[in-house]
Design a protein around this ligand. Structure first.
Ligand SMILES: [Zn+2]
Ligand SMILES: [Zn+2]
Length: 326
């Protein structure tokens, strides 16, 4: 009986927790760029309101091929901006201006803003200078020491940090592997995991495979007892059939959906265990180690070169011998 009560109260708590996520909409067609961007002028930023306090911004593939997704989370005391994208120039990409227009007022002033990054790669922080001199804006440093100190990680990459935005808590989970500074953000309001380049419908570029796998296990463990509505990453690099666009392409016809699900995350550790170290394709992402692939290419190129030189020398030698016989 006691077990029965415990089980039913657990189920009730779990159901309540699941139903507590504020619903939102991802019914949107993201800007897919163009085959000829110069001939097709486009808005640099697309804004989608997921729910009244959560905005998804997409940089046009024509503004930069990285076409980053940027997220604005609004609490009652503070707002959080996750990443500042790939374009620095405010004329080409008026990010700060756009964000300020979206920020609500509180006590006659704009809500204070915290600007944080999923990781230090330039396409996730190029817009930082637009926020540098603005009042009531705080920008989290992007280097590892700065990230650890700001969030108070004493035992990186273990532990986690919590950001209190006012009636909205965001958990910060270390996720190194793609980059040593990588973190993921879990929003308790919407149940969304903002995963940056750690998990996205595209190339998961591996810097440290062991750290990456550990990060996946850490996030899986964290989410075991929490609702997860969507996993939203920093880019879309695949089409609907799971094929990657050419690197650098500014045209993404028939894009894969932005959102990934829990199953994509839980499949990651096994994907790393069977990874050949170079390249592996899954329905919703590709595992690849760019450094290893480059080294392998370089080795192949050198081998081909040696073979050509050897062949030419052999040919010249046999011609010389043939001439000597004459
Ligand atoms: Zn990156
Ligand atoms: Zn990126």
């Amino acid at each position: 009986m006691a077990t029965c009560v415990a089980v039913s109260s657990f189920l009730l708590t779990a159901t309540l927790a699941w139903s507590q996520s504020v619903p939102g909409s991802l019914d949107v067609h993201w800007n897919e760029g163009a085959p000829d961007c110069r001939a097709t002028p486009q808005e640099p930023l697309q804004i989608h309101q997921y729910e009244p306090q959560t905005f998804i911004l997409r940089q046009s593939p024509c503004a930069d091929f990285e076409a980053n997704f940027i997220y604005l989370l609004i609490g009652s005391n503070k707002a959080l901006l996750i990443d500042t994208g790939a374009v620095a120039d405010p004329k080409a990409m008026p990010l700060a201006k756009t964000i300020f227009e979206l920020l609500p007022d509180k006590d006659g002033k704009k809500l204070p803003l915290l600007v944080a990054h999923t990781h230090r790669h330039l396409d996730h922080r190029a817009g930082d200078p637009q926020f540098a001199s603005l009042q009531s804006v705080q920008v989290v440093p992007f280097d590892l020491e700065g990230v650890r100190a700001f969030f108070g990680f004493a035992n990186w990459p273990n532990g986690m940090a919590h950001l209190d935005l006012g009636d909205r808590t965001v958990d910060v989970i270390p996720t190194p592997g793609h980059n040593p500074t990588h973190v993921a953000f879990y929003d308790g309001r919407t149940g969304i995991l903002f995963s940056g380049d750690f998990l996205l419908p595209g190339r998961l570029l591996i810097d440290d495979a062991a750290a990456y796998r550990e990060s996946a296990l850490r996030v899986i463990d964290f989410l075991k007892t929490r609702p997860l509505t969507h996993i939203l990453g920093g880019h879309i690099e695949l089409n609907g059939a799971g094929r990657a666009y050419r690197f650098g392409s500014q045209y993404h016809p028939n894009e894969h959906r932005l959102e990934l699900a829990r199953a994509d995350l839980t499949a990651l550790p096994a994907a790393f265990e069977s990874f050949n170290g170079f390249y592996a394709r899954y329905p919703n992402y590709i595992l690849t180690n760019p450094t290893r692939n480059l080294v392998a290419l370089a080795i192949i190129a050198v081998a081909v070169l040696i073979f050509i030189v050897w062949g030419v020398r052999r040919l010249l030698r046999s011609r010389r011998r043939a001439r000597a016989k004459l």
